[in-house]
Design a protein around this ligand. Structure first.
Ligand code: ADP
Ligand code: MG
Length: 328
């Protein structure tokens, strides 16, 4: 059974003229207990908007979910009351966002911010909460927790701050962790440590992880499954190894070609995918990658969205005649 089942999610922002600009266009995702799913794609493709939708945290009043369902343990998050959704956020679903400074309150000590989770969600008293907090800080690799607990976020390095955010997200033992570019703001050497830590804690706790990143290297390090997003749609989804060994969509191939190889010859310049994601107003109904694809597209392929087909077990691709499975 799926823990999270997203079907046909369609999200728009209302512009100043009052028109809805669709930024997430029919996204399906599913996550089983304990599974790690990577959601990968270039900046602006709709990853964060999708994540915020799952928690009903879209910027208001412009952000709107137009269609779809988001089943959490079989119940649709989209029809839940604000109270119900609040009790799920932070308790059953933990969140880790890109910039730890935004997630932490600069005016409170880090100890107090972690205590808060135990106070609100587990009904512990202050003393008990602090015992749990120190334990949690230890777990995420904060040295000298009892001293650090009395410090403020600005007194910690970026990597240490992100460890605090992870501690807060994991404190309630959530069933799902949504991590949106959790290491992007960190130094490269720290990135690997934080990812490693997140994976370990997730494995120990048995939680599922939805890991959002623009970096396929991060996916390779952490994920079981990968969904590749382009211009508001999932264009390919596969078990991690198969995506790397047997990519189908021209966009996925482009992303893979832009990862530096550790074994191949030293490249001075990485190939990058030419061009940019088209502006929202210029999106095709058909293949959205057409403007950057190395393959020729008939007019019809730009106008009609190709079906999402299963090319091998659990491996799906938006099967545009130019960019899909036939271009191998
Ligand atoms: N608050 C907002 N108002 C209007 N448009 C937005 C807002 N937030 C994001 N968008 C647009 O939605 C699209 C998807 O953005 P986002 O999900 O943040 O991309 P990603 O996380 O993949 O980099 C982009 O075109 C972005 O400009
Ligand atoms: Mg984002």
């Amino acid at each position: 059974m799926s823990l999270l089942e997203v079907r046909g999610l369609e999200v728009a922002f209302e512009n100043e003229e009052g028109d809805d600009l669709v930024v997430v266009d029919g996204v399906d995702l599913s996550l089983k207990p304990g599974q790690t799913l990577g959601l990968v794609g270039e900046s602006g493709c709709g990853k964060s908007v999708s994540a915020l939708s799952l928690l009903r945290l879209l910027p208001q009043p412009t952000g709107k979910i137009l269609n779809g369902s988001i089943l959490w343990k079989g119940n649709d998050l989209l029809t839940m009351s604000t109270d119900e959704i609040r009790s799920i956020r932070g308790k059953e679903i933990g969140m880790i966002f890109q910039e730890p400074m935004n997630a932490l309150n600069p005016a409170h000590t880090i100890g107090r911010q972690v205590d808060e989770v135990f106070l609100t969600h587990q009904g512990l008293d202050r003393e008990q909460a602090r015992v749990h907090t120190l334990n949690m800080l230890q777990k995420v690799g904060i040295p000298e927790p009892s001293i650090r607990a009395n410090e403020y976020p600005h007194q910690l390095s970026g990597g240490m701050r992100q460890r605090i955010v992870i501690a807060i997200a994991l404190a309630c033992e959530p069933d799902l962790i949504i991590a949106d570019e959790p290491t992007t703001a960190l130094d490269v050497t720290i990135q690997a440590q934080v990812l490693q830590l997140m994976s370990e804690l997730q494995e120990q706790s048995g939680a599922s992880l939805l890991l959002i990143t623009h970096d396929l290297g991060v996916v390779a390090q952490t994920c079981d499954e990968v969904a590749v997003m382009y211009a508001g749609r999932i264009v390919e989804q596969a078990p991690m190894r198969r995506l790397f060994e047997f990519p189908q969509h021209a966009y996925t191939k482009g992303l893979l070609a832009s990862i530096p190889s550790l074994t191949g010859p030293v490249q001075t310049e990485l190939p990058v995918i030419q061009g940019m994601i088209p502006a929202l107003a210029d999106l095709n109904s058909g293949c959205r990658f057409a403007s950057r694809s190395p393959h020729f597209h008939e007019q019809e392929w730009l106008e009609v969205r190709a079906p999402f087909v299963e090319v091998e077990e659990n491996h799906w691709v938006e099967d545009c005649p130019a960019c899909g499975r036939l271009n191998n």
